[in-house]
Structure formats: C-alpha cells, structure tokens
Design a protein around this ligand. Sequence first.
Ligand SMILES: Cc1ncc(COP(=O)(O)O)c(C=O)c1O
Length: 507
Amino acid sequence: MSRVSSAAVAAALVPDPRSPEPLYRQIYEKLRRQILSGAFSAGQQIPSSRALAADLCVSRNTVMNAVAQLAAEGYLEGEPATGTFVAAVVPAEAGGVDARAPAAAPCVPRSPRWSRFGARLASPGLRPEAWQRRPAPFRPGVPAFDQFPFDTWTRLLNQCWRRRAIELHNYGDPAGYLPLRRAIVDYMTIARGIRGTPEQVIIVAGAQQGLELTARLLLDGSDSVWMEEPGYVGMSSALQVQGATVVPVPVDDAGLDVQRGIDRAPTAKMAYVTPSHQFPCGVTMSLGRRLELLNWAEKADAWILEDDYDAEFRLVGRPIPALQGLDANDRVVYLGTFTKVLFPALRLAYLVVPPDLVDRFAAAKAAVDRQSPTPDQAVLARFIEQGHLARHIRRMRALYLERADALVRHADRHLKGVVQVSRPEAGMHTIGWLPDGEDDLDVSRRAAEAGVVAWALSKCYRHGVDAPRPGLVLGFAAYTEAEISEAVRTLAGVVGRPRRAFARSRL
Ligand SMILES: Cc1ncc(COP(=O)(O)O)c(C=O)c1O
C-alpha cells in the first residue's frame, strides 16, 4: 500500500490554535473525517507520530493521543514496531450508516409520529433558547448573577467533596437529601411562615418540575383549574400538557378574585396562585382573599398550588407569610424555588406537600428522574445552615430595592405619559403600563429590535375573561443603574410621544 508523505497528511490535519477544542481532539476529528471520506484508504500507512508532530508543530503526545483514540475506536490498527494503518473495516458513523458508501438519496424531512401526550408536551415552539450571554434589560426572572457568593459556594463544595461520604455519590432518597429538607424547614418556618416537617419536603429540579409533578399527580384531563389572569405561562403550559381545562380567573388589587372563580368554575379541582407577589402584576393577595380561597378549597374538595417563586425579596414593609401557613385542612401544596434567590441553572426547588401526599410525590419524583443531584443539595444545605442564604437574601433585597428605585426614577424622567412604571413592592420585576388601546406586542417587538427586552403583558393572558390591559413586564434585578437608565431611554425612543391618557388603574 502506498505511503503518503507526512507533510501531505499533515496538511489535512492542521489544528486551529484559537479553537477552544484541545489540539489532539481537532487532529483526531480531522483524521477521522479523512478516513471516513475515503481520502485515506483501508490499509494505508499513517506517518509516524514523530514526523506528524514535527510537520504540525505540536507535541508528539498530542498526535499520539489522537492516534490512540482512533485506534481505540477501530479506525486505525497496527503496532508501534510495524506502523499504524487505516483499518480494513472502518466503524460506521453514528446512526449505523457506512460513511464510505455512496451518498444516499437526499434526505426527505420526516414527520415522526409523536404520541398525543408527546405532541402536547413538546411542541417545537416551546423549546426555550439558551441564554448564552448576560441577559439584556429588562428580561425578567433573572437575579444579579455577579453578586452570587461564588467563593463561599466553592469552599462549601470543596468541604463536601473532601468528606467523600458515600451518601453524596450513591442513589439517595428521591424526596431529597434529608439535611437539605431539614434546613429548608428550619429556615422557611421563620422566613415564610411555612408549617411542615422535613419529611413533607420534596426536592425538585426547579419550580417547573414542581408544577409539572403536581399537575400530573393531582389532575386528570377532565379537571378544571383556576389560573390567575394574567398569570404565569409556565403553569398554563404544564396544565395544557396535562390536558386539564384552564379557567382564567381575574386578578385585582387584592389578588385572585375568588368569587369570580366560584362563578366560573365552582367545582374546579385546583387553584394555582402566586399570593405573595402575583405573577406578573405584583399584587399581594389580601388576608380576606386568602381565607376565602382556603374556604372554597375545603368546600369544593380542591387543591391550592401556591407558587412562592420570588417571595424572599419583599422590598417594602415586612415579609408576608405564605398562604400555606394558614391552611388548617391540608389543601395547599407549597412550591418554593432557589432559582431566583440563587441562580437559575441550579435547578433546585422544593414542594411542601400535605403528609398524606408525601409517598406518592416521592415515588413520582423517582419515576421522572430518580432524584435531584445530591452534591448540589449537600452544598445548598450547608449554605442555608451556615446563614449564607439569609445573608445573600438581605444583600439582594437591598440591591434590588436600589435597582427598582432607579427604574422608577428613570421612567419618571423619560417615560412619563407613555409608560407608567409601578413601584414594585416585592420581587425582581414590575409592570410598565401602556395606555389603553396600545398594542403591547408591537411595542415589545420594536423594543427587541432596539435591543431592549420588554415582554408584552398580553402574552400572560389566556383571553378568557376581561380584555387584557396592555403593559410590559420589566425585570430590574440583574441590571446596574447605568444599564437601566440606558434601556429606559431606548424604550422611550421606541414608544414615542404621549398619545392617550391612561385609563384609571385597574388590573
Ligand atoms: C411565577 C413563576 N413560577 C415559577 C417559575 C419557574 O422557576 P424555575 O426556574 O425554578 O423553574 C417562574 C420563573 O420565572 C415564575 O415566574
């Protein structure tokens, strides 16, 4: 078999030194491609690693690593003494296709036969994009990433790994790592007025998994569910996947209007609410409404799913205890998340469920993904136990209050008469109300073109009852005052001059 000069082979394998991919990996991939394409034929000898390394100006180890990997995968064979050759039979490419076979007929797009549930669960439009860079103002739902106590977290992580405890590596309780469940109860009893034992806590992979599991376990396709209108789209999609009927119930200054819920669907099986800080409008549910809701749930034999997604950040006045703490009849499934308080990629949240629901929830968690990762849970447990969570929340509360003030101040200066920005009492976002009749989708699209994220409030309506009031959902937690000021001015350029008077404030 012919022997090709090292320089000729090397010419096809030159790695890119600026690529983040290791050099050996680039050489491996290029050589593999050459073999698969037939450029290097079966039995052909590959130049020595020494010669290739010299021609490629890389270390000999780099070439040897690439060659060893290809030999392990069956692309190359031979002995150091006799030389290295392209294997007689090269492994097929992924998918079982022989890449050296003549090109197949052009690929005809398939329309896979999804299950009905699968089609509801994962329509192509529902795939969220990855947020590669720092989010742009005013994308809501993201905390101040740069303020996270990375050093403390790293120290705790190192401590956990140094322990080499078997429980951190082994299969664990699907309901979650017990020290974390204890820490959550100890902290949340005081901070959120939650009642329950560590056994009632189920650790889930972010609030979204909590919503999903609860909907799957407690609802059938024929069931109706009250949803705040406007409300959290993540929940309405979880309900739609489940096949449940979403009954939009308007929200006013006191939160979900329970009487209108009763009028619309008295026998609903569940009410989904965000009482501490209604998403997205930001109102706090009054005590009267909380009691009314609990009363209805007891009479109607219904569940209440309380989503307390960002309640830690009470910016004005004292924290409002969770609705769950008022529940004397085990009607409330409580959901808290660390993805807003700490960071979204952590994917750790928790449910506090009535005692008789614990076993099924734990079994369901196991059925879905066995358990959440124990090492992360162990670090979080220590983070809470040692007071870092409380400290971080205090710092972020002060910072978010400053940023909320900055947003209101800059909006007063530049958006007067066109966007009325509510002063937030809690959380990480607020609403910029547009004059009645304004098309918030259009404003949101034009803002995006100018580089400002301003979600249209009308997207949070299911359009079932009252007409949506136009507005923009404006996150402020993750942005510096300078960024907020610039984005407000850009938004002012987008919305233009005052055209109409604002209608009297109503939700
Ligand atoms: C009201 C509400 N609930 C739940 C979530 C989901 O949080 P997680 O990232 O923990 O799934 C969000 C996210 O923005 C939210 O706004």
